[in-house]
Design a protein around this ligand. Structure first.
Ligand code: DQA
Length: 148
């Protein structure tokens, strides 16, 4: 089982950016956390981060035939990007959406998620733990629905 973790804009500034919302741990710590979860679960994973919408679209397109599923935190593009939604629909791989913060308890514009419309499940407001829950959910889905 091979999955791709995609992180959108400004997540590379974790630890620095609004720590009262996103916590004090940095992006390297998030990557180490994700890698440890995947190792423990016997899942092969790659992690991709970009601040550019088109780069994220390219990366999603490149998953086709290479990865079994996607865990994605599109960050601010969650609330704006029909292109990321369309790319997820195009490759049609099971995708799980993750947000560190509770997007529903923040500004109204964060309540809309375009990417989420192509995802089988969303975890929000759980910090790093949301990635663990997302990875486990995806693993169980792939086992159940795709016989992996
Ligand atoms: C975020 C929530 C988004 O609204 C925000 O733009 C982000 C991070 C989160 O993980 O909580 O950059 O996706």
């Amino acid at each position: 089982m091979k999955i791709l973790i995609i992180n959108g804009p400004n997540l590379n500034l974790l630890g620095l950016r609004e720590p009262e919302i996103y916590g004090s741990e940095n992006y390297d710590a998030l990557c180490r956390f994700i890698e440890a979860v995947c190792k423990e679960q016997g899942i092969q994973c790659e992690i991709f981060q970009s601040n550019y919408e088109g780069a994220i679209v390219d990366e999603i397109q490149n998953t086709y035939g290479v990865f079994d599923g996607i865990v994605i935190n599109p960050a601010a593009y969650t609330h704006t990007s029909v292109a990321i939604l369309d790319a997820l629909k195009a490759v049609a791989l099971p995708a799980v959406e993750v947000h560190l913060s509770d997007v529903d308890g923040r500004e109204d514009f964060r309540k809309i998620s375009y990417a989420g419309m192509a995802c089988i499940k969303t975890f929000k407001g759980l910090g790093f733990e949301g990635y663990r829950r997302g990875i486990l959910y995806l693993k169980e889905y792939l086992q159940k629905e795709k016989g992996m």
